[in-house]
Write a protein that binds this ligand. Structure first.
Ligand SMILES: Nc1ncnc2c1ncn2[C@@H]1O[C@H](COP(=O)(O)OP(=O)(O)O)[C@@H](O)[C@H]1O
Ligand SMILES: [Mg+2]
Length: 478
């Protein structure tokens, strides 16, 4: 069934439900030329695509992929390199066989047609415009590094396959393997760089952004899947369509798939209390002579928990090595994105490691709440850093300080109430995606926005220095 013709050794994953054998061309229609520019900043103009400026080193890289992957150039015309992450390189490519398939996955095309419906007279057949030239259809080719374990690659493709048809989740069109090289084929989504847009976002824009992201997460979580790496570079947002798609399921996992003993947080309150009271720490409190720091000889068995994710976006229970992590870890990360948007700072958290991250968190929440949070997962939280207070601060104060304003608008206050529901230390009290979508921020929005005077160019410049800083860490079972 491979559409990649008879290249020996090339294996194509069976197409998802959208797959149909190549069939006779259906009369399809698309938007007229003027409409193509509507989703701009983002949406590709056919003309300019052909002229896209490409670095010589990128050309070389694309030639290498074409050479090492037999038959790929019969099927795709590589256009540019659009992403380089820890685990993959992503290329934009023209799908030369688009018209041979029924492309149910093409939600972007559908969205454009729904959003910008134009009079029938302006429409033309998809096979060509008046000049007879075919409309270019683009895909993203995700070349997964050969250093990734086969299990990891299989996991990413399987989860994407399970999630097909879920709103705001990037569908997997198909995937190819040649020897140890795997390429996933995804629809290409024109999107805007978060580092450029975040400072100019009005609260209404935040609402569109978050509604789309929460919709994606609601579906993902309904499938009991944790994404584990929610951050702006993994949510491709198109401000003109007011829609985004969630990508990168490289660290995702099914809830409960870790084979470890359940964390203390899954027990009833009274069990937790009795375990804590009978712990070594409670029986030998620091006041009895123990000094703060690490015990030199720690005979306790080491605790293992999945801590994969990206610095600054990890939920407190991940830092506390909870062994029963749930989909709520993603909701914390959404909270961090909202905090970035409201606080006009990216990255908001900038820790070098997990200890640093915990210090940042305790500066906000204060030691009292951090101790309670740690105890939930059977961990003792202690610090002798004098600037970390006991009580912490309210989100409202933090947002004001961070965005350098004296007062928040009513709509910002409303968004801040959602923020506190997301950035809740106790995962069982943290809002789920379904609950968040029912929050007043979405269901009863206050429209009281004040234009923010930030300069997007400035933020893009300063953020460039941080490029690569938010790369996901490898799976950490420590
Ligand atoms: N479907 C897509 N359309 C457009 N750009 C994409 C698409 N998928 C990925 N990208 C770009 O490539 C980058 C890396 O892709 P991602 O799946 O997150 O890989 P990694 O695992 O290497 O982080 C993304 O941040 C985005 O800029
Ligand atoms: Mg990524």
């Amino acid at each position: 069934m491979s559409a990649l013709r008879a290249a020996p050794g090339v294996f194509e994953l069976q197409r998802s439900s959208s797959f149909q054998e190549p069939q006779a061309l259906q009369p399809q229609y698309t938007l007229a030329e003027e409409d193509d520019s509507v989703a701009q900043g983002a949406a590709p103009q056919e003309e300019s695509e052909f002229e896209e400026e490409v670095d010589e080193s990128v050309r070389e890289d694309m030639r290498k992929l074409e050479d090492t992957f037999p038959g790929i150039s019969d099927r795709f015309r590589l256009v540019n390199r659009i992403g380089e992450g820890t685990f993959s390189t992503v290329y934009k490519a023209e799908d030369l066989h688009y018209d041979h398939y029924q492309n149910d996955w093409d939600i972007f095309d559908k969205a454009q047609q729904d959003t910008y419906d134009s009079p029938p007279s302006k429409r033309r057949r998809v096979q060509g415009d008046s000049s007879g030239r075919k409309k270019a259809r683009f895909v993203a080719l995700k070349k997964i590094y050969v250093t990734s374990s086969p299990l990891r690659i299989q996991n990413e493709l399987e989860l994407l396959h399970d999630l097909r048809g879920c709103g705001s989740v990037c569908p997997l069109i198909t995937a190819f393997r040649y020897q140890d090289q795997v390429v996933a084929v995804l629809p290409y989504f024109p999107h805007t760089d978060f580092r450029i847009q975040y400072r100019t976002f009005m609260v209404a824009d935040m609402r569109h952004y978050l509604r789309s992201l929460m919709t994606a997460l609601n579906s993902v979580h309904e499938h009991d899947i944790l994404h584990r790496d929610i951050k702006p570079t993994n949510f491709l947002y198109n401000p003109d369509l007011k829609e985004g798609v969630l990508v990168d399921f490289g660290l995702a996992e099914r809830q409960g798939s870790e084979y470890t003993s359940p964390c203390l947080c899954t027990h009833q309150n009274y069990v937790r209390r009795s375990r804590i009271l009978s712990s070594y720490y409670s029986k030998n409190p620091p006041s009895s002579g123990l000094s703060a720091g690490y015990p030199q000889k720690d005979s306790r068995p080491s605790r293992r928990a999945n801590r994969a994710g990206t610095r600054g976006f990890r939920a407190p229970e991940v830092l506390f090595k909870c062994t029963s992590q749930t989909t709520k870890i993603d909701m914390w990360s959404v909270g961090v994105i909202l905090l970035t948007l409201l606080g006009r700072r990216f990255p908001f958290f900038n820790s070098a490691d997990d200890i640093d991250a915990m210090i940042e968190m305790s500066s906000i929440f204060g030691t009292r709440r951090m101790k309670t949070a740690g105890a939930m997962h059977g961990q003792i939280f202690e610090t002798n850093i004098p600037t970390i207070g006991e009580k912490g601060y309210s989100w409202e104060k933090l947002v004001k300080w961070s965005s350098c304003v004296e007062d928040l608008t009513e709509s910002e206050e409303q968004a801040t109430r959602l923020l506190s529901g997301l950035m809740e230390l106790d995962p069982s009290k943290r809002l789920s995606a379904a609950e968040a979508l029912q929050h007043e921020f979405f269901t009863n929005p206050i429209h009281h926005d004040v234009e923010w005077g930030g300069n997007p160019e400035e933020s893009a410049d300063s953020a460039e220095e941080d490029e690569g800083e938010d790369e996901a860490d490898e799976v950490a079972m420590l």
